[in-house]
Design a protein around this ligand. Structure first.
Ligand code: 13P
Length: 340
């Protein structure tokens, strides 16, 4: 594989493929395992992820890259093969979550700023040695009646830009993820409010990336779609989500960026697929639009697996199905009847 940032970024958004976000932190994977009553041990986490990475056909056909948590980057499969080698053998690029999580932003009540810049340069050099060729840093922006604040938007965009510049210096493609959360109780969290806040966050983000000297051709953007809050009384149609998301991205994302890979953020599996499909089917786009889903790619597999060896095949089949559906959606060729 070529080592140029631009080529790695293009490979990450290859036609009909997308990214598997398997980088749940130890706390988050515990929550996922709790939902199937499986204890989160190092071996169980390894077994689960090995099961996904060994879903051969799905990995080869539909997955361009895998985001790993630090623990997984250094882990070996049960037979001793490094998990990174399984990913590379499937033709996918290994990636690494490098942020240290979202912490309370001083001076605000509920807002967060993502930490992890201190010592990042030397950590990146180590991750490169271990085989990572792209990285992820996620910022979270919360919509309430009084938030987000400019302080939160600006602090997160600045940190993301510094992270992205450090990644590129290390030969690693940064995934830039400023996530406007869809969860929350607030009645003011309409689809139009999501549009407004996402536009604000993305405009700020690209100004910061410019100031930091980030090469736009050597990065991938990972945004939320434009959707109403989960508990908003007025929900949106698939066509409306597609239209508003495309409009917002066209207003904010330079066409030099090779690709945009969405997070699923709590959307149902089918919604996440249908929305991506509608954008690719109906619009002329200057960048590749694909998926970088965690929950919407893994939920069915996780529930089929239940932590049991005898369920591995069924879980791989469930993962393969979602990967295939989303691969089709990435080219606008999915339809609902393919789900059955
Ligand atoms: P979800 O698709 O579950 O939102 O996760 C993607 C991700 O990597 C969030 O950082």
């Amino acid at each position: 594989m070529s080592e140029r940032l631009e080529d790695i970024a293009v490979a990450m958004v290859a036609e009909g493929q997308g990214i598997l976000a398997a980088d749940e932190s130890t706390g988050t994977i515990k929550k996922r395992f709790d939902s199937i009553s499986v204890e989160s041990t190092e071996d169980k986490r390894r077994d689960y992820r090995e099961m996904l990475f060994r879903a051969d056909q799905a990995m080869k056909d539909c997955i361009s890259g895998v985001i790993l948590f630090e623990e997984t980057l250094g882990q070996k499969a049960a037979d001793g093969t490094p998990l990174v080698d399984l990913i590379k053998a499937a033709g996918a690029v290994p990636g690494i979550k490098v942020d240290k999580g979202a912490q309370a932003l001083s001076g605000t009540s509920i807002e967060k700023v993502t930490e992890g810049l201190d010592g990042l340069r030397s950590r990146l050099a180590g991750y490169y040695e271990q085989g990572a060729r792209f990285a992820k840093w996620r910022a979270v922006i919360t919509i309430t009646d009084d938030t987000p604040s400019w302080n939160c938007i600006k602090a997160n965009a600045h940190a993301l830009a510094r992270y992205a510049a450090l990644c590129q210096e290390a030969g690693i493609v940064p995934i830039v993820e400023p996530e406007v959360l869809m969860d929350g109780e607030h009645s003011a969290h309409t689809i139009d409010r999501c549009y407004e806040v996402t536009e604000w966050a993305l405009k700020t983000q690209f100004a910061e990336l410019y100031d930091a000297g980030v090469n736009l051709e050597g990065m991938v953007l990972k945004p939320n779609m434009i959707v109403p809050g989960q508990n908003c009384s007025s929900q949106a149609s698939v066509d409306e989500v597609a239209e508003k998301t495309v409009q917002c991205l066209k207003a904010c994302v330079p066409s030099l960026v090779p690709g945009i890979a969405f997070l699923s953020g709590g959307q149902s599996d089918i919604d996440a697929t249908a929305h991506l499909n509608a954008m690719n089917a109906s619009y002329d786009l200057p960048w590749k639009l694909t998926f970088s889903y965690g929950r919407a790619l893994q939920a069915a597999a996780l529930s089929a697996w239940q932590g049991k060896q005898e369920n591995v095949e069924a879980a791989q089949a469930a993962f393969a199905h979602r990967a295939k559906m989303n691969g089709l959606a990435a080219t606008g060729k999915w339809s609902k009847d393919m789900e059955s």
